[in-house]
Write a protein that binds this ligand. Structure first.
Ligand SMILES: Cc1cc2nc3c(=O)[nH]c(=O)nc-3n(C[C@H](O)[C@H](O)[C@H](O)COP(=O)(O)OP(=O)(O)OC[C@H]3O[C@@H](n4cnc5c(N)ncnc54)[C@H](O)[C@@H]3O)c2cc1C
Length: 458
């Protein structure tokens, strides 16, 4: 064992350090089952240990790649064989739930679903929610500024973080564990670490906002014939529900059909409509909210905004509807598998999708293309899989087709997943030269030796 590894082991104890061989039996990520590579993987149990590890890496000029739940989609956690992986898996305690102040103090490795379930016992809710809830961590959610299915009502992770504790590249601890909703005392430094993908500092603890647990949830799966109805229906339900609309998720027919193929999810509606929306409202009065929701749906039907709909009558039926939207296992065997996460104004979406379909089918005779999205947030996801083409630059060719039209409408190559390694060649399509130069100056100020998640974003 080298001096460096011995010193690491002294910091974190025997069980806290895995050597390169032990690391290689772990998968790279949720999306990539090939073996992880690293000089070693360290699993600190306390913030003090994280500080000591980073101080040591700073002395030895060792690169550090932080791992949360490994569900990120942009290769933000990819490590090389000389890198040290810093896993947050043992820094996973919920330290405090404050029902009066409506905050939770958590360590960065707490799994999102664990936090959701714990605060529920106090009649509270942590509103961030996404399909990876069972694996992704609060630290990873902060580092990626995660979005998910409730953004339309509660905002992205950035809006839910009150305080942060962060360790800088040289081991300095920045404790900014604010719990106030309002605090304009100087710069709001914590925001620098939200969405910066572990390149400026390691998040070790956070104080997050909680909300009162809703007492009612009413949802619907709706089928629609025209994209203009999707947009009009969103405006109509949002207005009619007076702030209760929590989710408005769109699936194009090809996605809906693929995930409701035999053996996957049951389809409660005929499978040949062009668009399907899952929408949900949460409120405080079960009886009145249910009646109001049903009346709203009837009115939308009368206005011609909906072609067909089902309203789940139980929690189990609701889960089945949501599984159609969230469980895309049916698509995970696609090879190649290129996944996208773009944002653009809702008025441009229909034309954008038609353009992509046309360009992809002109370029490849067989190119499965599945689209869905957090449409209320202007955020679309695609799975694209061009067949029978083993060109070395295949991914780049698809990227060009997907990203090129975004520039004109002011869209973004990353709505909620970040840049990581995968999108760094395309950052300049969404950020201008001056913005990128300032980002690089900030990186240089925080991490002059480029040790934290090097090569990611830029
Ligand atoms: C089924 C599925 C559904 C998804 N749905 C959504 C969705 O709706 N919305 C959405 O936004 N994302 C979604 N994602 C993507 C992913 O879940 C999020 O990006 C999530 O926030 C990543 O959390 P993680 O703990 O897995 O982070 P990881 O994947 O482990 O890491 C992501 C990035 O954060 C850095 N990082 C992790 N922890 C820390 C830390 N403590 N300090 C500093 N840096 C850190 C890593 O270095 C890496 O750059 C989905 C993924 C899957 C698999």
């Amino acid at each position: 064992m080298t001096d460096f590894l011995q010193q690491l082991e002294e910091i974190v104890g025997k069980g806290g350090l895995l050597g390169s061989e032990q690391v290689s039996i772990r998968n790279k990520s949720y999306w990539d089952a090939s073996p992880m590579k690293a000089r070693a993987l360290v699993r600190p149990k306390t913030t003090e240990q994280v500080c000591a590890v980073l101080k040591l890496c700073h002395q030895h000029k060792i690169n550090v790649v932080t791992h949360g739940g490994l569900t990120g989609t942009v290769q933000g956690t990819l490590s090389g064989k000389a890198d040290l992986v810093l896993s947050m898996e043992r820094l996973n305690a919920i330290e405090e739930i404050d029902p009066q102040g409506r905050t939770a103090t958590v360590q960065a490795g707490v799994v999102l679903q664990t936090l959701q379930e714990n605060v529920k016992q106090h009649d509270l809710m942590f509103p961030l929610d996404l399909g990876a809830r069972g694996s992704c961590t609060i630290g990873g959610n902060i580092a990626t500024n995660a979005g998910g299915v409730n953004v339309i009502r509660y905002g992205m992770m950035r809006e839910l973080v009150l305080g942060l504790e962060v360790v800088l590249a040289d081991g300095t601890l920045i404790s900014s564990m604010n719990r106030m909703l309002k605090n304009n005392a100087g710069y709001d430094l914590k925001q620098l670490f939200v969405g910066t993908e572990g390149t400026l500092g390691i998040v070790t603890r956070a104080i997050v906002k909680l909300k009162e647990l809703p007492l009612s949830a009413n949802s619907a799966l709706v089928a629609v014939n025209e994209f203009s109805q999707v947009v009009d229906l969103l405006k109509f339900v949002d207005k009619s529900l007076g702030g209760q609309l929590t989710s408005y998720e769109l699936m194009w027919r090809n996605y809906y059909q693929a995930v409701t193929e035999a053996g996957w999810h049951e389809s409660p509606l005929p499978r040949n409509y062009p668009y399907y929306v899952v929408l949900e409202a949460q409120g405080a009065d079960p009886q009145a909210d249910k009646e109001h929701f049903q009346l709203m749906m009837e009115a939308a039907m009368e206005k011609g905004l909906i072609e067909d709909a089902v309203l789940p009558k139980s929690e189990a039926e609701r889960d089945k509807v949501w599984a159609i939207r969230e469980d895309f296992e049916a698509l995970l065997s696609l090879r190649p598998q290129f996944i996208y996460d773009v944002s653009l104004p809702i008025k441009d979406m229909d034309h954008y999708i038609q353009t992509l379909e046309q360009r992809l089918s002109e370029r490849w005779s067989q190119c499965p293309f599945y689209a869905l999205g957090h449409i209320g947030d202007g955020n679309l996801h695609f799975f694209v899989s061009p067949q029978n083409d083993d060109s070395a630059d295949l991914h780049h060719q698809v990227n060009q087709i997907i990203y090129e039209p975004l520039e004109q409408c002011g869209g973004s190559v990353s709505a909620e997943h970040g840049i990581g390694l995968e999108k760094k060649a395309y950052l300049s399509l969404s950020r201008n030269a001056e913005e990128i130069a300032l980002m690089k100056s900030v990186k240089n100020l925080f991490d002059p030796f480029n040790l934290l998640n090097p090569g990611k974003i830029f």
